[in-house]
Ligand binder design. Structure first.
Ligand SMILES: Cc1cc2nc3c(=O)[nH]c(=O)nc-3n(C[C@H](O)[C@H](O)[C@H](O)COP(=O)(O)O)c2cc1C
Length: 315
């Protein structure tokens, strides 16, 4: 069973992934948040940093892209192959209207013909291509027409988040619909959605015993040792965990400081990081509030000190 880290734009960037791998570990495969090809035909620097330089980024990394046309698929296939990657992942799940209105992300799901046209005219199998998708944009049966096309074009794996785009992240994951598809496609499907603790994982595993891949996003950001718990790896004691968290934080801070300009840019990255990181502490709301209202690096450092003076949540 493979446990991967879901891409979360703004949270699981290269800085986070690098620090996590160094200080905690337990994830078998990482996905970049989606890269986009801009109208001017280039990839912006922040997105390039996710995959370049290859020698510093490549470990267990699958680059992800948004795409709604043959040109975009062709571009990303060449770009990633030239950098040295041998796998890539097409995002057909993003639910945000800014993306879906352009026929990208889950905006592709009502258009199986479009998906087929893109694959038919462009995909050269230079790289192993997987797809991450939802059940549909507005209707949970849209996926039924998409999956046979993906299978037919040699897509290696489909990671399914069983919600529809219109739901965003609201409501429950639709395990009945996942089950229908699992009965047909078995371990061709990977599972993603709302696995926040070992019990959630055990439930998914017992419902779908042939699964070979579970992708975890927010659950991992709130509990860095969730992969350890899932895999039955011994957990470090409280002191060691505190140190690992401290090192993780300090590495992230250092990496951002190494290329961002000025305190406010650094703070713009560190504050969202604490939205989830604070979950590791008792009094998490108080911890996050202290971080959020700190103005300037000095005050931020005091808030960090306050956070690390709190008990850790240990379970
Ligand atoms: C803030 C945020 C950013 C996300 N960014 C991406 C992304 O770049 N690419 C992607 O495929 N999914 C993205 N997702 C969806 C997640 O990868 C995942 O499918 C979703 O959070 C459900 O899994 P989870 O319950 O384990 O978090 C994002 C989700 C959130 C909440």
């Amino acid at each position: 069973m493979k446990i991967s880290l879901a891409p979360l734009q703004g949270y699981t960037d290269w800085v986070f992934r690098q620090a996590y791998q160094k200080n905690i570990g337990g994830i078998d495969e990482f996905y970049t948040p989606f890269l986009v090809l801009q109208n001017d035909g280039i990839v912006k620097t922040a997105h390039k940093r996710e995959v370049e330089p290859y020698k510093d980024r490549c470990t267990d990394l699958i680059p992800q892209f948004l795409c709604g046309s043959s040109e975009e698929l062709s571009f990303f296939e060449t770009y990633f192959a030239e950098l040295g990657y041998n796998k890539m992942n097409w995002n057909m799940g993003c639910p945000y209207p800014m993306v879906t209105k352009k026929g990208k992300g889950s905006g592709l799901l009502p258009n199986p013909d479009k998906v087929e046209e893109i694959l038919k005219s462009t995909f050269h199998n230079k790289l192993e291509l997987s797809v991450k998708l939802r059940l549909g944009l507005g209707d949970d049966s849209e996926v039924d027409s998409i999956l046979p096309i993906l299978k037919g074009y040699n897509i290696s794996e489909v990671i399914l988040h069983p919600r529809i785009g219109k739901q965003l992240y609201k409501g429950k994951v639709n395990l009945n619909r996942f089950n229908d598809l699992y009965e047909k496609y078995g371990s061709y499907l990977g599972y993603n959605g709302d696995v926040c603790c070992k019990e959630d994982f055990d439930k998914i595993k017992s419902l779908f015993p042939d699964l070979q891949h579970v992708m975890i996003g927010r659950g991992l950001l709130k509990d860095y040792w969730l992969p350890h718990k899932i895999k039955g790896i011994d957990l470090p004691d409280s002191d060691k965990r505190r140190n690992q968290l401290k090192n993780m934080h300090n590495d992230i801070f250092k990496l951002y400081s190494s290329y961002l300009q000025g305190d406010s840019q650094i703070m713009q990255k560190m504050k969202p990081f604490w939205e989830y990181f604070s979950s590791h502490f008792e009094n998490d709301k108080k911890v996050f509030k202290a971080i959020k209202k700190s103005a300037g690096i000095k005050k931020y450092e005091q808030a960090v000190e306050f956070a690390f003076s709190q008990q850790l949540k240990l379970d």
